[in-house]
Structure formats: C-alpha cells, structure tokens
Write a protein that binds this ligand. Structure first.
Ligand SMILES: [Zn+2]
Length: 245
C-alpha cells in the first residue's frame, strides 16, 4: 500500500506495531536535517502521539535517535553528541521499547476513553495529547452529570476487563467514509487526495481513522486512572488520565 511510504522511507511500524529492531540503509544524513532510512519503524509523531526514541547501530558505534521531522522525507533526529552514519551505511535500528510500549498503551487508552465518553454521554473529542503513561483529552460536553468522572472511570475499567480486540485495517477512501464513526471523527482532518485510509477499531466500541501505534486488545492497556476533570468553560471539559500499571 502506498500509504506505508513517507518519501523514500518504508514505514514498517504501520503494518507491524510489535517490531522493535530491523535492518536498514542510510539514504541521506545531515547533522541538522537528520537521517533518512530506506526502512524505519520509528513512529515520527502525530495525532497526539510523540515520536519514538531509539538507536541506530553501525560500525561498532551507535547513533541515538531523539525525535523525527516530517518533510518531503522522514528525517530522524540524531543526538548532537553522536556520530552520524554516512549515506549508504547499513544500520540496525532499535526502538526504546519501554517508551514505545507505554505510548501504545497510552494511545489505546485515549481511543477507549473517547469511545466511552461518546457512547455514554454523546460528547465529541475536540483535542488531546499524551506522553508515556499520561494523557489528556478534551470534549465538547456542556452539561456533564455530577458523577461524570466516576462513571467514566468505571466504564473504562469495564472496557479494559472486556478485553476487546483492537484491529488495524486499510480501507479505500469511499469504503472508509461509509462508516458513520469515521465521518464523525475524521472527514475534515484527512487530506483530500488520500486514497487509502488506515482504520483503528476497538471492536464494538470505537472506530477511527488513525496513523498511530496501539496495543492489540483493551486488556493490554492495563489500569486507567481518571485523574481529574477540568472545566475550561463554554462546554469545554478536559479529562486527565494516567496508566496505573
Ligand atoms: Zn490511535
């Protein structure tokens, strides 16, 4: 599928979210622009999920990767103190597994949260952000009940215990937009020339067009604590959540 490429880089994480090490060749390298690989599993950031960290191993040394930048190509940003592999170098890429795995659980928790709040309170998501193990999500919810936070927490716990499958599929644009939930969440966000849409589905709870990385089932998220609800005025409610294990 053409959507698995960004410029010259085959984005391996889109098809295999469990991949942590792989072999690649350096296509371009510059201390300021960054490093372009032919194959990469580094999630470059987007949709509220921050970029992966990790290393490139080559020639007996390592280059730490501390971020990414999207342009005509996908540029991996090296640590300023580390050596730079020249173009043509064969490297072994390796992700910081603890960071990525926690981000996958955190990102999946936000899908679960948005699904629960839409199903039980009819509220749409207006924004969100995350770091490993911590996240916030904003809702358009003018009049939440007094026990809103507790009901959301109970519903999240029930959905984790239900161990719903989280599936990733690629659909043709027309097929994707025939799903009512996709129209609800993504119609205005997706580029008009996108032919294939990546769909992330918590089976029976929430369906979204999405480019991020997720765990395979809701039980793999683990405990979700609803830390607090903030009232930002004019129907704007912000929920802060934290993974508890
Ligand atoms: Zn997602």
């Amino acid at each position: 599928m053409p959507t698995d490429f960004h410029g010259r880089t085959h984005r391996l994480e889109l098809a295999d979210q469990s991949l942590r090490t792989w072999d690649a060749t350096v296509m371009a390298s510059d201390p300021e622009l960054g490093i372009v690989l032919d194959r990469s599993a580094f999630y470059p950031g987007g949709g509220g999920q921050p970029p992966d960290h990790g290393v490139l191993l080559w020639g007996g040394v390592q280059t730490r990767i501390i971020g990414a930048r999207s342009g005509d190509d996908l540029y991996l940003l090296p640590h300023v103190e580390d050596p730079l592999p020249p173009p043509g170098t064969a490297v072994r890429g390796a992700l910081d597994d603890a960071r990525r795995s926690t981000l996958m659980r955190t990102h999946s928790a936000l899908h679960l949260l948005s699904g629960v709040v839409f199903r039980d309170f009819g509220a749409l998501v207006t924004g969100g952000n995350m770091e490993p193990g911590l996240a916030r999500m904003d809702f358009d919810l003018p009049d939440p009940p007094a026990d809103f936070k507790d009901r959301v927490a109970a519903a999240c716990a029930a959905e984790v215990a239900a161990d719903r499958a989280i599936l990733v599929t690629n659909l043709a644009r027309e097929e994707a937009f025939a799903i009512p939930d996709i129209i609800r969440t993504a119609t205005n966000l997706l580029p008009p020339d996108l032919e294939v849409v990546r769909i992330v589905d918590i089976v029976g709870l929430d369906t979204q067009a999405d480019g991020g990385t997720h765990v395979a089932s809701t039980r793999q998220i683990g405990g979700i604590e609803v830390v607090k609800m903030e009232n930002k005025g004019k129907g704007f409610r912000r929920l802060r959540v934290r993974l508890t294990d």
